[in-house]
Design a protein around this ligand. Sequence first.
Ligand SMILES: Cc1ncc(COP(=O)(O)O)c(C=O)c1O
Length: 381
Amino acid sequence: MNLFDVYPIFNITPVKAEGSYIWDEKGEKYLDLYGGHAVISIGHSHPYYIQQITNQINKIGFYSNAVKIPIQEKLAMKLGQRSGYENYQLFLCNSGAEANENAFKLASFHTGRKKVIAFRNSFHGRTSLAVAATDDKTIVAPINESDNIIFCEWNEEDALHRIFSTHEIAAVIIEGIQGIGGVNIPSPSFLQKIKWLCDNAGALMICDEIQSGYGRSGKFFAHQWANIRPDIITIAKGMGNGFPVAGVLIHPKIKATHGLLGTTFGGSYLACTAAIAVLDVMKEENLMENASIMGAYLLHQLKEMKGVKEVRGIGLMLGIEFNFPCGSIRSELLHTHKIFTGSSSNKNTLRVLPALNIKKMEVELFLAALKNVLKNQMMNG
Ligand SMILES: Cc1ncc(COP(=O)(O)O)c(C=O)c1O
């Protein structure tokens, strides 16, 4: 059997990883400024994480949600404390798209309505409604097309007002910081306006923190920079540092009933252990503070760099925009300097999404390499 060939891949075979580094099968070492797509939060192969998961699998790895699994409550308690959402409820699932699907269902069950507002350049996943709310026609199959999603311009409050005045809205979904769309930051007043409009209309605000959450922006959630509290928050990626685990944080006004949501794998012992280990390491090693400090330094240095048009982002979620498509920059960084970075749907924007424990020396390596690549590119016209 062949693999279904959907991923354009680099000719690199990682066999080992540690901290912010990856080694391939030839022993070549790579600096990882991509974090496996914003997934690696506490660094590759963190010893505490390995130890916790190993201990857990030696006891019990899985049983269904038909029995008591106290480690789920332990995770909910720690997550509530660390994120500032102690009074919210947690539904555990397996991927970002699944978290968003469940968020839409909850909003619709709760309001009895169907219409959802999403934004230009959004990405919310590849399943049913999550992909319908994603602003990329190339990945929306005819069966996914939905009249229930209304796209609105990013950061445009008047347009949002107009949609609310002409439709009965169940929910607005917005990324804490747009990731794949090119690292676009919602203005605090835009987020506040969404919340206000939702509250006024009896709709729910869903904040997709799948990429921007879990400390990446220097606060637990990126929306916390705007001082708002969405009704529903979705999380995945950095939550398990590579172990598939996702969640939906749910306002107490939204009531659970048996059978309303469900999943086979969600909230397994191993997934919860991975997620708790991530929270423990984040606290123990002050990783949100590190994300703030390293992110601010990177942002400042990149803004000064010749050849860079614009830098967007907060903490360790940065988009570096050039005046031209940056595929060749990404390729030279990878093949000549052995540094992984990310692309985005905005072809001119390079994404930087390192582990939250990246060190100053590693940041310097990246800055020196990028400077070199840009100098070469400018020399070669
Ligand atoms: C903001 C955002 N939402 C949702 C998703 C979908 O997550 P998953 O690939 O785990 O389904 C992603 C993945 O890149 C994302 O960046």
